[in-house]
Design a protein around this ligand. Structure first.
Ligand code: GDP
Ligand code: ZN
Length: 314
């Protein structure tokens, strides 16, 4: 039989096949793409499995179909270990808020760069707009411009007033979407409001709790009653830049990639090279300084510390 993995709890996988839910496990070793990861099967995977004889209906996964794409998380605790969070995604939505809590541009950019690296289109939703005062509205305007001109879809919403929710629904419809964002930004409220059948809860992680031990986080796929599905990843709010070469990072900032051909040197890293079109664009306010600062931080490789703070300080 063939089905979709909708939940992974480490040793058991929940597989949905022809409307039925079947708990499955892995037998033996399944080798995949040579990726070194802690969990070979991920939510979103299409798998072949055999039904096992027994009291309850369970299955054994024997094959994972080739993935269209996947998104990986670098484990903060286990050096060099990676975890596939989800596969076969149509898009990733990052929900952010400029206050209560504040999402910083570095967090947004790291998310976007990771999604670019895995060729997953991203959408940014600025939520809780009902709470923004004039100063925060100005900030919102700035970021809308920054990300729209980089080519991203940007939505502005309020679960409180209903603003923008129809647009979110239209984007989710009939797609498989990874849902991300700091806890408290309103992800579950947003989804529960759009689909009364769902009752998503998000688990908050505390700084003291999680840093020392191996945390297992369970992604889960939910079907939307109006078509499509979302993958919620409680506890995974950030992505590390997994195995990226300095030279390729600029290619994951669409507006930097566009400028690159105008740099004097074709291997320009846009640091201090003469004739750099990227630096020139920053000076002329044609490229957002926040984006360039993120770029610099990622290239200089001093991002890991911030990354840890980003995913744990909530
Ligand atoms: P999650 O952790 O991202 O799933 O966030 P929740 O959905 O649990 O929301 C966190 C808090 O923010 C809850 O108290 C929500 O009622 C509140 N909230 C969510 N969206 C909005 C919004 O658009 N405006 C306001 N004022 N509050 C919101
Ligand atoms: Zn350059």
């Amino acid at each position: 039989m063939t089905g979709t993995v909708i939940k992974s709890t480490g040793s058991w996988y929940t597989v949905k096949s022809e409307g039925e839910i079947i708990p499955c496990r892995l037998k033996g070793r399944i080798r995949l793409d040579g990726i070194k990861n802690t969990n070979p099967v991920s939510v979103g995977d299409i798998v072949d499995f055999d039904i096992e004889e027994g009291e309850e209906q369970t299955g054994v996964i024997k094959k994972i179909h080739e993935r269209d794409n996947y998104i990986i998380r670098k484990s903060v605790n286990l050096a060099r270990q990676t975890q596939i969070i989800a596969s076969n995604l149509d898009q990733a939505i990052l929900v952010v808020t400029l206050i209560f809590p504040k999402t910083f541009p570095r967090f947004i950019d790291r998310f976007l760069v990771t999604a670019e690296a895995y060729s997953i289109p991203s959408v940014i939703i600025f939520n809780k707009v009902d709470l923004y005062d004039e100063a925060v509205m100005d900030e919102l305007e700035f970021f809308e411009l920054v990300y729209r001109s980089a080519g991203y879809k940007v939505l502005v919403t309020s679960v409180e007033t209903g603003e923008g929710l129809d647009k979110v629904k239209a984007i989710l419809k009939d797609k498989t979407t990874l849902l991300s964002g700091h806890s408290g930004v309103g992800k579950s409220s947003l989804i529960n409001t759009l689909d009364n059948n769902l009752n998503l809860k998000t688990s908050k992680i505390s700084a003291t709790h999680d840093q020392g031990k191996h945390t297992t986080t369970f992604a889960e796929m939910f079907e939307l009653s109006f078509g499509g599905s979302i993958i919620d990843t409680p506890g995974i709010r950030g992505f590390g830049l997994v195995d990226m070469e300095k030279e390729e990072i600029g290619d994951y900032f669409p507006e930097i990639l566009d400028l690159k051909e105008h740099c004097r040197f074709n291997n320009c890293l846009h640091l201090n090279e003469p004739g750099c079109a990227v630096k020139e664009a920053v000076e002329e306010n044609k490229l957002a300084f926040t984006r360039y600062e993120s770029y610099l931080q990622f290239v200089e490789g001093d991002d890991d510390e911030t990354y840890r703070k980003d995913i744990y300080e909530e």
